[in-house]
Design a protein around this ligand. Structure first.
Ligand SMILES: [Zn+2]
Length: 1052
């Protein structure tokens, strides 16, 4: 999966990223389901509804969060007689269930639950739980008793898997003919992880999504193999109404009952006869449910056609744990199985799924049933489908895979670039891994509403439109790179993630770290002129280091026993830090052995699940000593944080010392803190890169011989290392002098990393701000994008902190304009140059120069705006965002004009740019109007709300405060929309708070986040920690910056 802003956020020229020394990328997790929706929906439709409910109420445990909420909804189920009323109520319940999450105290149930998990060994091989354990668990766990005992022989023939057009069964799965309900007062399992006594082999799933009324119904047959004898089959389901169930052995049905535990999002079928190991059984389920309203599971996306008519489409998003919202399944990555899917759609629609269509059959009522080829063996989170009006363009790889771009009508043509990238990338991956892409087709689908940036579903990758489509008249350099990187990332997942999947979510980094690493390698191979490799170290640092320098971080491989914490694994540590660490190993092993090992890893684990040791074992086959690889990587994978290496010249040696780095730098470092195995290259004024060898630093203290040198550098820049280096003052001065004399002695990546490191060390109080600020003095001679990116980002962070205080910020802005004048005068062509690096520099720096008061830049932006508005002259795509933004900031009527364009615009990328411009308005009334409008998803799409809040938060101190107030006042609404564990909410929290340092702001924020369960949100805890550091450091930061800027007086 590619998170929002993931692919381009490290180098977007957007205002939103200027506020961060590093990118913010935390996702947080809090239990997603409160247990209520499942209960409520589970109670409708079956004739048993009322009886079961009354029984459940009688059995309810007062402290259990699920049942205790029943009265909250004011729902008297005795009154629910009509089906329609039933449906409305259920939907209401589903929609409002989120509102009650904040009231959901972490009570005894969750604690005991957690204790159970800690005691259990990940579910594997556990056949039966001691009854006392179960009863104790039940005493605290919400149990909902929906029971259907099937005691009859099911006299129907069931469809088999769909492997070709001929053997597809056309009949819908029938319901069991007889069922007897029974109230069960005890669930059977108390672990978040499923037991492993059965293994699903193949799902035959038939679904009928009704897009108009946002409901679905389905029939499912799961063929299971019993691994260990058991009487229970436990599987997932969330918010589903299971209408009937049946369990069949080869020739007979088994009397059984169905139980539901909505807190664990699990159902259990209990058989009165033991299921025998090595035997096969079929589980049949009929069920129904509602579309979600939070872009998870199955949801409705909307678009308008060229006539302004509203069109609906149905889309799925199952990673990490949302397949269970759409059908009952064993929803953990290790339960790999095949899926044979059929879908009912309206005749005017197209249905897309992982596999090619093999058969379409007409049904009454203008409906069609589409059956798809059975999938390869895969995890449930990779299943996907979409139904709507789509058009496509297609191409073929040289190995014959049919690659298509699908989009809503009128937009598929905008996918030409992505199609070309996808074909080339697929061919490259097939060659690089020596494993063919196993499916006949690969569809890349752009949808108007999508929570993440993109999702790698096998054979049907789904993208948010701006990450796949490039409208010809609105294609800036960053969008081109972003589309390319997103496509190469998702295609890498077809191997890393789909073919070989992590065993459990604690090792999500095996999926995401690899995909992020491959994305850079392959995009660089396709477009070497973009110079992505030299941007890589800085991007990884910008993305992940800030989070990793706080106490509130976690190791790359972190324990996630609780299913509700899974979502928070999708953060910058699983993506960028993991990619950096893998890249570091790759360089250290001199590339080839690493690449060879990866091939072995993929081959050995195809269609299976892998753990970290499998990877090290495979890589070690190509190197001399596996112990070395494992030891080195363990230090990076299992320890939180990263090292600061302090390097001091002492005669003919460089003394090295390592400690864990904290932004809140301790007075006396902990001498027992973690140790890392750090690959280093010592670069000096006397040697060149060609004769350099890695040195692996393994102890706290180390030394390297060095001759007579003017300066030295521990080269993390080109290595791609995930660590910081500090030098003695004399060496910092010597490096600064070298930059001034001839900066090209260092590579552009090294220059960028030097600048970034100095700023981070100054923020934490290790260096005086005079050091990083002095380094920036060479910039008038700098023409490469990466060092400028590093400098402007860090200066932007400093400016945003100081802006709350006034004077120093004005001086700093004058200084930034002064050093930037040469790029403004020389580099700006004002036309789309062919040189992507130059376009990026222009696109990145232009809005900043305008913001810091460059009259030249603002005049240029406004002249482009008026020429466009009055004479319809085109504006170069790379500066379009700045032109709109400057118009909103300077021209009174521009806001209304651009707002009306926003409301009527159908292009997602154009809307994105327009919304950013509108959010930058200096007018408080307009900001308030926008924020109010954000509550109405007809006006601003849910997925775009983050853009609005984040942009507003980083544009000005007043914008920050407005965005903060909005977030606080509408916290429950935002939690309902996005979920506490979501990446989007996390971005809002970090962007609205990261520049707070005044005591009144810090106190207000700390008060808000320490209330109720908000402190459980890791990004909130991190934000609180960060502003506390801001508060402690701000006086020194102001003083040091002012002193340095004053020392320049007369020299500017
Ligand atoms: Zn991914």
């Amino acid at each position: 999966m590619q998170g929002e802003f993931e692919s381009d956020r490290a180098f977007l020229p957007k205002n939103m990223i200027e506020n961060s020394m590093f990118e913010e990328d935390e996702t947080e997790g809090i239990p997603i389901d409160d247990g209520m929706s499942d209960v409520a929906i589970g109670m409708r439709h079956t004739g048993a509804t009322d009886d079961v409910l009354h029984d459940a109420q009688q059995h309810s445990v007062p402290s259990s969060p699920g049942l205790s909420r029943l009265p909250v909804y004011g729902l008297d189920l005795d009154e629910l007689e009509e089906d329609e009323e039933d449906e409305d109520s259920s939907r209401r319940l589903l929609g409002t269930a989120f509102l009650y999450r904040m009231d959901d105290e972490p009570g005894a149930m969750r604690n005991s639950d957690l204790a159970e998990i800690r005691n259990a060994r990940s579910g594997a091989g556990i056949n039966s739980l001691p009854a006392c354990t179960l009863r104790r668990a039940f005493a605290a766990v919400l149990l909902c008793a929906l029971a259907v005992v099937v005691i009859t022989v099911l006299a129907y023939k069931l469809p088999g898997p769909c492997n070709s057009g001929d053997d597809c069964q056309s009949t819908t799965l029938p319901s069991p003919t007889v069922s007897v309900r029974q109230n069960i007062d005890e669930f059977l399992w108390s672990n978040n992880r499923l037991p492993r006594f059965v293994q699903p082999k193949i799902y035959t799933l038939h679904l009928h999504p009704n897009i108009t009324n946002e409901t679905f119904s389905g029939q499912l047959k799961v063929t299971l193999t019993v691994i260990e004898q058991t009487s229970y089959i436990v599987f997932h389901g969330m918010g589903l109404n299971i209408l009937s169930a049946a369990l069949l052995a080869v020739d007979s049905s088994l009397p059984s009952s169905l139980l539901t535990n909505s807190v664990l999002q699990q159902h259990a079928v209990r058989s009165t006869e033991p299921l025998r190991a090595g035997h096969q059984y079929d589980l049949f389920l009929n069920f129904s449910g509602n579309f979600s309203h939070n872009l998870k599971g199955l949801y409705r996306s909307t678009t308008r056609n060229e006539n302004g008519i509203l069109k609906y489409l149905a889309v799925t998003q199952f990673e990490p744990t949302y397949a269970r919202m759409v059908f009952p399944c064993f929803d953990e990555p290790a339960f790999k199985a095949k899926f044979s899917l059929s879908l009912v759609r309206e005749n005017r629609h197209v249905a897309l799924a992982n596999m090619p269509l093999v058969k379409s059959e007409p049904l009454p009522g203008e409906l069609t049933k589409d059956s798809f080829l059975t999938t390869v063996k895969m995890s449930s989170y990779l299943l996907a489908f979409a139904i709507g009006e789509f058009e496509s363009i297609s191409s073929k790889t040289n190995s014959g895979v049919n690659v298509s771009i699908f989009a809503v009508p009128g937009k598929a043509q905008h996918g030409k670039f992505a199609l070309d990238e996808a074909v080339k990338a697929l061919e490259l991956y097939e060659t690089a891994f020596s494993i063919a892409y196993p499916l006949q087709k690969l569809d890349l689908l752009a949808v108007p509403d999508f929570g993440a940036g993109a999702m790698e579903n096998w054979g049907l990758v789904i993208f948010r439109e701006i990450y796949l489509l490039l409208p010809p008249d609105n294609t800036n350099a960053f969008s081109i790179i972003s589309v390319s990187r997103t496509v190469t990332h998702e295609l890498a997942h077809q191997w890393f993630g789909n073919l070989v999947t992590m065993e459990w979510w604690n090792d999500l980094w095996l999926n995401e770290g690899f995909a992020t690493l491959m994305e850079v390698i392959v995009t660089d191979a396709l477009h070497s002129d973009w110079d992505l490799r030299s941007q890589n170290s800085l991007n990884n640092m910008l993305s992940a280091m800030k989070k990793d320098s706080l106490q509130n971080t976690h190791p790359i491989s972190a324990n996630v026993h609780n299913i509700s914490k899974v979502e928070e694994m999708f953060d910058s540590l699983s993506y960028q830090k993991a990619a950096a660490v893998l890249g570091m190993l790759r360089f250290y092993l001199k590339v080839q052995p690493f690449d060879q090992g990866v091939k072995v890893y993929l081959k050995n684990n195809s269609y299976r699940n892998a753990e970290v040791e499998d990877l090290w074992r495979a890589i070690s086959q190509s190197v001399d000593n596996m112990g070395d690889v494992t030891k080195m990587m363990d230090s990076w994978i299992y320890q939180p944080g990263f090292p600061l290496v302090t390097a001091t010249l002492n005669g003919n040696e460089v003394h090295l010392h390592q400690d864990r780095f904290f932004l809140d730098h301790p007075e006396a470092p902990d001498t027992k803190s973690e140790l890392w195995r750090i690959p280093l290259i010592l670069l000096t004024s006397n040697n060149s890169l060609s004769d350099l060898e890695f040195h692996l630093m393994v102890n706290r203290e180390d030394k390297l011989p060095i001759g007579e040198v003017t300066w030295f550098l521990l080269d993390e820049g080109d290595v791609g290392g995930f660590y910081l280096v500090n030098y003695d003052v004399a060496n910092w001065n010597a490096l600064q002098k070298q930059l001034m004399e001839d900066h090209t002695v260092f590579g552009s990546s090294q220059r960028a990393v030097l600048l970034h490191s100095a700023f981070v060390l100054a923020f934490s109080g290790i260096l005086n701000y005079s050091v990083p600020l002095s380094l920036t003095q060479y910039l008038p001679a700098e023409t490469s994008f990466v060092p400028w990116h590093s400098a402007l980002r860090n200066l932007g962070v400093l400016n945003n902190l100081l802006e709350f205080y006034g004077a120093e910020s004005h001086h700093l802005q004058d200084y930034i304009l002064n050093i930037s004048t040469p790029i403004l005068n020389i580099s700006f062509s004002w036309n789309s140059s062919e040189i992507v690096q130059q376009r990026m520099l222009q696109e990145y720096s232009f809005p900043l120069l305008c913001r810091y008061g460059s009259e030249n830049a603002t005049r240029k932006a406004l002249s482009l705006y008026f020429n466009w508005k009055r004479h319809n002259a085109s504006v170069p795509a790379d500066v379009l965002a700045t032109v709109y933004t400057e118009a909103v900031r300077s021209v009174p009527e521009a806001f209304d004009f651009l707002l009306s364009r926003y409301l009527n615009e159908s292009s997602s990328s154009e809307r994105y740019i327009l919304l950013q411009a509108l959010a930058s308005t200096p007018n408080a009334t307009q900001r308030q109007w926008l924020l109010r409008a954000a509550l109405d998803e007809q006006m601003i799409k849910t997925q775009d709300l983050t853009t609005l809040i984040v942009t507003m938060a980083v544009t000005s101190p007043n914008g920050t405060l407005d965005a903060w107030d909005f977030m606080v006042q509408n916290w429950d609404f935002l939690v309902e929309k996005f979920g506490l564990g979501s990446h989007m909410l996390s971005l809002m929290v970090s962007s609205t708070t990261m520049s707070f340092s005044k005591p009144e702001h810090v106190a207000k924020m700390q008060h808000f986040f320490t209330m109720e369960r908000r402190a459980e949100m890791r990004s909130a805890a991190a934000a609180v920690e960060l502003v506390e550091i801001n508060r402690k450091r701000i006086a020194s930061i102001r003083q040091e910056t002012a002193t340095w800027l004053n020392s320049l007086e007369g020299h500017l």
